[in-house]
Design a protein around this ligand. Structure first.
Ligand code: SF4
Length: 609
């Protein structure tokens, strides 16, 4: 087998038993890697009777066939498990050095089950695995814990994925942090890790699986780097990070403001350019990436360097709270990174608190201070209260759906889909995006797919995914479904979604690495299989069509900006989507025929006994 080690490390923290799981080539060909492989491994190992944080529920960290190869933008890994936030399938991805090191340690990934009787960390080094005591690390924040481990090992070359205090406290949207400020942020998988008393996974080594055609892989890598360097968006990412999109997003009505009730906001103080002007910025990259979209803000406070906010974070703590104070946005982001918590769910929950305060539902007495739109200090204080689990922060830390329930408000006010908070791209500005949110495998997800990119001209000719009128719901269903499958595949291969690589190139790369003979239609089928597998997993946990909906607060027409008067026609788009996907309109499940077509025979047998 080429491109893979063909083995996964299975760790039972209850018994401290570690075994190698052999992954046959046919299995890998079907599920490819990353989040899809995680779903395939978890499918048989969970039960709907169990709570998401039950020790039996596994947590998977998985690389893909691209990880560890000379290709650019492939130091990525995925985390998968049942989400403590949503109760359905949950996944998150991250880049950095950790993914290369994880594969370099000699496994394609790890599956962790059970619960250690005291805090531990896993140490993986070139084929050797050890469970080590982490009592002294428990209580340390994510930056401290990474430093302590490196100091103790006397090895700065190891790479670490860990939880901060939020994962230890089982906060429902806790993240897993790696390589300082990189985050597998969404779905609360940091809480799943914390529930196992697993503080960190430490990876070291350079074991690389053999490649089928190493020369071809090197050539393709060279071509891809040239292509990336000549790409306008890639260049802008290098200069300004993902915040470079801020002003264009506001122009298009794509960045939500005032808790999804406005689309016009004086954005100039919180753009990528403003960040660069006000702070000394150094960019950093995941291993092998020629872009380097990460921002390090040097001497943010005297002697203190911090990781800069991404676009999603900057909008959530900024315009969504009507906040133009860049300093407070950076501090809130740094708090989230330090304590390991998802910036999107935190920011949306904080913005909802502003909204409720404005309505008089939340009072100064309940909060302890005033929460007035635009108050950056209140943004930071509420974030601190979430992390400290203090006062009202305890309710905010459960996410917007739980907040709506706690304050007697309608679920239509909770900005989430399936319990996962909305990202910072407006479904009203790009109707295909609204459909992606409604049907995404992990809930409101801006990465599967980032359909706004299609309507901004990023067409995929192999699948005839073409731009169309962004403010219309006509003709979106098929394109959005196909694009979702393609972007899902990026997470299986372990390729950064910012890579401007076509399906034809993806096939060439995959084939040169593995020796397989994939054509564009095969990788689209692999993406379809992945979407359906994750869907079936969530169906098993109680997901129905009723869950494929956006709350009214994110749908109702606004009266300003470029999206004024526009409301996506969800029923029309969903009907077309279900038809294209082969999903049953009554139950929200993939039909038996669709599952069999995708060779998900076991899933079909279980779903349709
Ligand atoms: S573009 Fe950014 S996230 Fe993607 S690989 Fe490069 S540095 Fe990492």
């Amino acid at each position: 087998m080429k491109g893979y080690h063909g083995r996964f490390l299975e760790v039972d923290l209850s018994t401290r038993k570690m075994t190698d799981l052999t992954l046959p080539e046919e299995f890998l060909k079907k599920y490819i890697g990353g989040a899809t492989l995680a779903a395939a491994l978890i499918y048989d190992r969970f039960s709907k009777e169990l709570a998401p944080l039950a020790p039996e529920n596994p947590l998977v960290l998985a690389t893909g066939p691209f990880t560890g190869t000379p290709l650019p933008m492939v130091s990525r890994y995925a985390v998968g498990g049942i989400s403590p936030l949503t109760g359905f399938w949950g996944e998150a991805t991250s880049g950095g050095k950790f993914p290369f090191r994880l594969k370099g340690a000699g496994w394609d990934g790890i599956l962790v089950k059970g619960k250690a009787d005291r805090p531990v960390y896993l140490y993986l080094k070139e084929g050797q695995a050890e469970i080590r005591d982490a009592a002294r690390l428990w209580g340390q924040d994510s930056y401290q814990a990474q430093k302590t481990i490196k100091d103790e090992l006397g090895d700065d070359s190891v790479s670490i994925a860990c939880i901060g205090s939020s994962g230890e406290k089982l906060i429902k949207y806790a993240a897993i942090m790696n390589d300082n400020g990189r985050a597998a942020g969404r779905c609360g998988l940091g809480a799943l890790m914390g529930s196992k008393n697993l503080k960190a996974v430490v990876a070291s080594g350079n074991l690389r699986p053999e490649l089928s055609n190493p020369e071809k892989v090197r050539d393709l890598a060279k071509q891809a780097v040239a292509q990336i360097n000549g790409n306008l968006v890639s260049v802008a990412f290098r200069e300004y990070g993902t915040m470079m999109y801020m002003d264009m997003a506001m122009t298009l009505g794509d960045a939500p403001a005032k808790y999804f009730t406005k689309s016009v906001f004086p954005v100039s103080k919180v753009t990528g350019q403003a960040l660069r002007q006000a702070y000394l910025v150094k960019n950093y990259a995941c291993l092998g990436c020629p872009i380097g979209c990460g921002r390090e803000l040097m001497d943010f406070k005297p002697g203190m360097n911090v990781d800069g906010p991404e676009y999603e974070t900057a909008v959530a703590f900024g315009p969504l709270c009507l906040n133009t104070d860049l300093d407070s946005i950076i501090r809130a982001n740094h708090l989230c990174n330090t304590h390991g918590i998802d910036t999107i769910s935190t920011g949306v929950s904080v913005a909802y608190a502003f909204y409720l305060y404005d309505l008089g539902v939340l009072t100064r007495n309940q909060v302890g201070f005033e929460v007035k739109w635009g108050d950056g200090e209140a943004v930071v204080k509420l974030t601190e209260m979430i992390i400290a689990q203090e006062g009202i922060g305890k309710i905010l830390s459960q996410g917007t759906l739980a907040m709506a329930k706690a304050f007697g408000r309608s679920a239509d006010e909770a900005a989430q889909v399936k319990g996962l908070e909305m990202p910072m791209h407006e479904g009203r500005a790009f109707h295909g995006m609204a459909l992606s949110y409604a049907t995404g495998p992990r809930g409101a997800c801006h990465l599967k797919g980032d359909y706004y990119n299609v309507d901004l001209g990023n067409m995929v000719l192999e699948y005839m995914i073409l731009p169309s009128e962004r403010l219309s719901s006509e003709g979106k269903s098929e394109g959005a479904a196909k694009y979702q499958s393609l972007k899902d595949l990026f997470d299986s291969l372990a390729l950064c979604k910012f890579a401007p690589i076509t399906p034809t190139q993806l096939c060439e790369m995959l084939n040169a690495i593995t020796g397989w003979q994939f054509a564009p239609k095969d990788i689209l089928a692999a993406g379809d299989r992945s979407i359906n597998l994750k869907r079936a997993l969530s169906n098993k946990l109680g997901l129905t069509r009723e869950h494929d909906r956006l709350p009214k607060i994110c749908l109702a027409a606004l009266d300003e900006g470029t999206t004024a008067g526009v409301e996506p026609d969800m029923e029309k788009m969903l009907k077309g989507y279900y038809q294209f996907r082969g999903w049953d309109w009554e139950t929200g499940r993939p039909t038996k025929e669709k599952l069999l077509e995708l060779e998900l025979n076991q899933v079909a047998a279980e779903m349709y006994p």
